[in-house]
Design a protein around this ligand. Sequence first.
Ligand code: HEM
Length: 455
Amino acid sequence: MHMAAHPPFVPPVPPPPATPLPVRAFLRAIRVNALTIWPESAYRDDVAVRHFLGRVNVLLNAPDAIHHVLVENHANYRRSPASIRILRPITGQGLLLSTGDAWRMQRRVVAPALAPRVMPLLCRHIMRSADEAMTALTPRASTPVDMLAFMQTLALDIAGRSMFSLETQQYGTAMRGLLNEFAERFAQPHLLDMLLPSSIPTPRDWRRARFSRRWMHLIETIMEHRAAGSGDPDNPRDLFDLLRNARDPETDIGFTPEELRDQVATLILAGHETTAVTLFWACVLLARSPDVQTWMAEELAGVDLAEEGVQTRLVRVRAVVNETLRLFPAAFTIVRETILPDRIGDLELPRHAVAMIAPWVLHRHRKFWTDPGAFMPARFMPDAPPPPRFAFMPFGAGPRICVGAQFAMAEAMLVLASLVQRFEIDLDDPRPVLPRAVVTTQPDHAPLFRLTRRG
Ligand code: HEM
């Protein structure tokens, strides 16, 4: 690959502490920027153990240990009380937080609606939103653009249209308003959120519940609007048609209206912010890597992005998206809690121990990667050796792997391709952009970008 004119860009990140943080600092870091909870040694070792709030807390980097928790013995691991508290008001009883038989049933019904077979339908919605957004950018091409806000608006529009077809503009503002309010007021885990089992509500949980009623009411309103145009089961227009007609292959039972509402809310939440930040980070990395941009633009010259299945040919675009997900995994950590005591190799875990598998750490681990901090999409080209087992897992692994992974990849690739095909991307802000992880891997500020028409 002829891309070595300049040394690869190494995006700045908050330095890891030299030694494990004392309890107070650890607690603060979880709330303010969870990327700083892991000491330097975590990026070299197989496992890091600490005791926190009377509980054992382990970070697992070794492939066998990860396999044990996410695959082999996954039924003994559930989501942590803090994740349940924070996500329940938005996702209700949807797929993300459900467990046991309820989860298995929901997964069987939802997964076919997001399977590769459905991608052409979803890609049409993606391209329609992307084209409109890019066209709206064009007249402004010489004025600075807030690409974080741009990608958040676009990703929510794509989520809304893939779900409901209708122009979501009239609901977009209300949805964004509620999601922002939630992110600002309720998304940070506090001491009680982590300390108490999720069955005991904290005062913040009451406020979260009041919020939840407003959010679910909005989703119901959009569903009513959408349901008015009666659907043809043989010609699904969108995810909503697919989900409301879906039946569990084992029992032939579908979703009740309330269950449907919770799945819709879950997919909108899980789907839009993760993809938006991924696209934002891709813009930062590309702005600092003009050679990579040119290399990508070469692949895109003359390509019709509306053509069905076009993504399979765009190996450079895919490599850039994968390398972005490696350096800035939107889901920076996967947290589980043991239900019964367990043993992972030599490690004894009591019940309610916390097991963390952190894409953020794995993707920068010195054992698995050369130059782990450098932006080098060539790692993900078809001729490069595949990454070691579990060293790259932006979508998780095992039975609870991201159900929207295909959709997310298609969306990230098509939106980024649309942008790079039209514009050269440059940062208009000399300040370094640092990642700050709260629910997803966000930037510490929203820098302005300058876009110049290509060619
Ligand atoms: C770049 C974008 C995305 C990233 C990085 C991402 C990452 C992840 C990860 C790591 C998990 C596993 C969490 C765990 O095991 O605890 C997950 C689960 C999930 N994701 Fe995604 N995701 C993305 C986009 C999407 C999209 C577009 C959708 C929906 C349309 C979606 C829906 C879900 C759902 C429903 C689950 C829960 C699955 C289950 O528990 O069975 N995600 N995602």
